[in-house]
Design a protein around this ligand. Structure first.
Ligand code: GLV
Length: 307
């Protein structure tokens, strides 16, 4: 039985070592190697290969990343389980990035960078963290992990999710009816939603208008969730004070896109969180063991919900 690793050879080498030690009966192949398609039971990849149907005995498709929006779910064979990457490296990096982003937006780092460019030495009035309301759009595993790291700063924390959730120390909102109430009390909005039909374009002019004046956006979801034109307008008319974007649409933005040079915008190239080979290999091994034992897989995607 074979595990096909369809990504870079460097991470494949790490997986190979971990598999040899932990799952010696599963042969690991890199996509550059020749493998009998009938032998492939497990596939790890960022996007589904065109010829996925030839892996007739495929049981589990592991996404290389935390997101699965890049797969055309309807074109995946029905019996194949689709699994998001849930591993410590991704979680830790997202915690770091969200803390970095929230603190940067809280302490006006985007504005100060622009001041520096103009050689301006001028302090901006900053509220205390206890007076700054940080709201998460999306309350999945990554958002919860990031919230845990933010707690010691004593921000006023809130979150909105599709279905009802309860997290200690966080004011939780849920469902379409409670979205406007959540937005009205959010000074720093952190988007950590998965990309689905419901969340595509969710960060639009209407949503921005419901945020208090001077609000800030930290976008670590997916590029297509953001109406970039609406963002530029909301920044230009002063309703939003700043945005930090780790995702855009497309990636990268075209050279002449106004977001590149916008004085109120900081952009990073989709690096908030990156799958770490060693911890990812351990989590995949653990999931294969669960699969074989007939247990629930960690990160199993609900194909109808899309996450
Ligand atoms: C990155 O965006 C991922 O899905 O892991």
């Amino acid at each position: 039985m074979a595990f096909l690793f369809n990504s870079d050879p460097v991470r494949a080498a790490v997986f190979r070592k971990v598999f040899a030690r932990e799952l010696p009966d599963v042969e690991l192949f890199h996509s550059s190697e020749c493998v009998d398609p009938e032998k492939v039971r497990y596939l790890l990849t960022w996007t589904a290969p065109d010829n996925i149907g030839r892996y007739r005995n495929l049981e589990v498709l592991f996404s290389l990343g935390a997101g699965v929006d890049q797969f055309k779910r309807e074109s995946l064979p029905r019996q194949v389980k689709l699994v998001r990457m849930v591993e410590d490296g991704i979680i830790r990096m997202m915690q770091e990035y969200v803390v970095l982003g929230v603190l940067s937006l809280h302490r006006d780092m985007v504005a100060y960078r622009e001041h520096q460019r103009c050689r301006t030495w001028r302090g901006l009035a900053a509220p205390q963290a206890t007076e700054r309301r940080v709201g998460f759009l999306g309350l999945g595993m990554l958002a919860q992990a990031a919230i845990e790291r933010l707690l010691p700063f004593r921000f006023a924390l809130a979150a909105w999710s599709r279905s009802s959730k309860e997290i200690e120390g966080v004011t939780c909102f849920h469902g379409a009816d409670q979205l406007a109430g959540f937005l009205a009390q959010t000074d720093i909005l952190v988007c950590l939603l998965p990309l689905t039909n419901e969340t595509r374009g969710i960060l639009d002019a209407e949503l921005f208008s419901r945020l208090p004046a001077g609000a800030r956006l930290l976008h670590v979801g997916r590029g297509p969730q953001l109406d970039q034109t609406a963002l530029v307008q909301a920044l230009d008319n002063g309703h939003l004070a700043a945005a930090m974007l780790d995702v855009t649409d497309p990636e990268p933005l075209p050279d002449d896109h106004p977001l590149w040079r916008h004085p109120k915008v900081a952009i990073t190239p989709h690096i908030a969180s990156v799958t770490q080979a060693d911890s990812a290999a351990k989590s995949v091994v653990d999931n294969i063991r669960r699969h074989r034992a007939g247990e629930e897989l960690i990160g199993l995607v609900d194909r109808t919900l899309g996450y």
